[in-house]
Ligand binder design. Structure first.
Ligand SMILES: Cc1cc2nc3c(=O)[nH]c(=O)nc-3n(C[C@H](O)[C@H](O)[C@H](O)COP(=O)(O)O)c2cc1C
Length: 143
């Protein structure tokens, strides 16, 4: 299978998660492209989209993925298959709101959710990539 990983990150944790998933998928002979500065014109939407994003501010998406989200919101996303991995801290009321915003945007555009998202709480999981890899292992059995 072919995957496009789109990353929203301020401090780098979501980037580590994306790298870990890329390695995991490539080990299984899948093809993976990571977008650290996502732009809709550079993402191949024929492939499975994996969004890995944290939340900053008061429930905001990281700056580097905000333009991508607004671009997506203006598009018809007919049947684009996607998976969302959120990173957040449950001490905030807006826990993983960025991931929720991305999922809402994708669903509103008509994209197809392949699996319920994971919202990784970095307060309890200091190594979020471990949680993400376990999650992806489970997701892969369903694809
Ligand atoms: C200034 C600041 C604001 C944050 N706001 C939220 C928030 O509203 N909701 C949430 O779930 N996590 C929030 N977090 C936690 C981050 O999402 C979490 O630390 C995440 O692992 C950062 O990932 P990144 O390194 O990829 O940006 C915030 C962190 C910081 C430093």
């Amino acid at each position: 299978m072919k995957f496009e990983i789109v990353v929203g990150s301020v401090l780098g944790a979501s980037e580590y998660v994306a790298e870990a998933i890329k390695a995991q998928l490539e080990e299984r002979k899948h093809q993976v492209v990571i977008h650290f500065e996502p732009n809709v014109d550079e993402v191949n939407f024929n492939n499975i989209l994996i969004v890995v994003t944290s939340t900053h501010g008061a429930g905001d998406l990281p700056d580097n993925i905000q333009a991508f989200q607004s671009q997506l919101a203006k598009r018809t996303l007919n049947d684009i298959p996607f998976i969302v991995i959120g990173l957040g801290d449950s001490s905030y009321d807006t826990f993983c709101q960025g991931a929720i915003t991305m999922e809402d945007t994708l669903l509103k555009g008509g994209a197809r959710r392949l699996h319920p998202p994971i919202h990784i709480d970095v307060l309890h999981h200091p190594i979020p990539e471990d949680e993400a890899v376990i999650f992806m292992q489970k997701v892969l059995t369903t694809l």
